[in-house]
Design a binder for this molecule. Structure first.
Ligand SMILES: *Cc1c(COP(=O)(O)O)cnc(C)c1O
Length: 345
């Protein structure tokens, strides 16, 4: 492993972060707040939110079994993805290596930050070849992007291959586990203490049913979390989002119940798709969606759109010729999709 100092952009390493009023005073007992030029009326929204979201992190720490100091919260996972570039990658000089196909935001953020993005094709089972990934790295490779279960393919990456990359790569390895709640495989989050170079991403947008509040989580060693905190916008998670997330955790939103239901629906859907004349193949999935190779993805996509049913057309994605990505909906929604496809000639 290169040292963190060797990996971090020099300007970020020596950055003196903005110190907001709420950072400078974090005592418990004060009642009179005349430090932040807020309006004293319109409680509770008149106050700036906690910049480090400590109360919320305490609750997330329990749910995810990760110490608070190892948690970063972002405005969606997208913020954490962008921060990987802003913290580690010198524009125009450094590069990252990623599996292909995968989630589109890794490349968009690379392009925005002017960082070279190297794609390494998955094999025909949509699995990752650790040696091929490592062979694509050079001294300016700062991060490797892995996504498991992967989007849009749906499958978990081979556990041993991810382990090999974590052991052998001397930079940052991001494991995006946005869909891990739907998978029966163990999460790499559990192995945080073992890998100082690992960042695991989770989100409230999928199994937790809270895409609207924009709350993503990154789990990593404390030094990496401190760097993220230094670079992020001071008040990146607004009060409404923090309150809503705490409510979701306290009320123990029935995440497990939802997941169980969606997995049942998923097996029904896969069975039904396998019987459709317009479906050629359903790929194995560990997520709340599946990828299906169709006879003609574009025409079927348009046909469904006409009927007010939107699926994700992935036919132009590498290795996904004629593929549609289908999210598992409610029983009613799934039935509607199947009925439409049964009528399709
Ligand atoms: C949906 C998804 C996310 C979630 O992004 P948010 O910004 O947290 O909503 C992250 N990673 C992958 C691979 C996804 O598919």
């Amino acid at each position: 492993m290169r040292t963190l100092e060797q990996l971090v952009r020099p300007n970020v390493w020596k950055l003196e972060p903005y110190s907001c009023a709420r950072n400078e005073f974090s005592g418990e007992k004060a009642q009179v707040f005349l430090d932040a030029n807020e309006n004293p009326y319109n409680k509770p929204l008149n106050r700036y939110p906690d910049p480090l979201q400590l109360e919320l992190k305490k609750k997330i720490a329990k749910v995810k079994n990760v110490p608070e100091g190892n948690i970063f919260l972002g405005n969606g996972s997208d913020e954490a993805i962008d921060l990987v570039y802003r913290v580690f990658c010198r524009p125009g000089l450094d590069n990252v290596v990623a599996i292909e196909p995968t989630y589109g935001m890794y490349k968009v953020c690379a392009d925005i930050n002017d960082v070279e993005y190297r794609k390494v094709l998955l094999n025909s089972n949509f699995d990752v070849d650790a040696e091929k990934m490592l062979a694509s790295c050079d001294k300016n490779t700062k991060a490797i992007w892995l996504c498991s279960p992967n989007n849009p393919t749906g499958n978990n990456l081979d556990y041993k291959a991810v382990e090999t990359i974590l052991h052998k790569f001397d930079g940052i390895v991001v494991v995006d586990e946005a869909y891990s709640d739907f998978s029966s495989k163990p999460s790499f989050r559990e192995r945080l203490p073992e890998f100082q170079n690992m960042i695991v991403l989770n989100t409230f947008s999928k199994a937790w049913g809270c895409a609207a509040i924009r709350l993503g989580m990154a789990f990593a060693n404390e030094q990496i979390i401190e760097l993220f905190n230094k670079v992020k916008y001071p008040y990146n998670i607004n009060t409404l989002t923090q309150m809503q997330a705490m409510g979701a955790i306290e009320e123990r939103y029935d995440v497990e119940g939802w997941v169980r239901l969606l997995l049942q629906e998923r097996s029904h859907m896969i069975e039904a798709f396998n019987l459709l004349p317009c479906c050629e193949k359903v790929y194995p999935t560990d997520a709340n969606f599946f990828l299906a190779r169709m006879t003609d993805a574009q025409t079927i996509y348009n046909y469904l759109k006409e009927k007010g049913i939107i699926v994700r057309n992935r036919t132009r994605v590498t290795l996904c010729d004629n593929c549609l990505r289908i999210t598992i909906g409610t029983k009613g929604e799934n039935t509607e999709l199947l009925a439409a496809l049964r009528q399709y000639e």
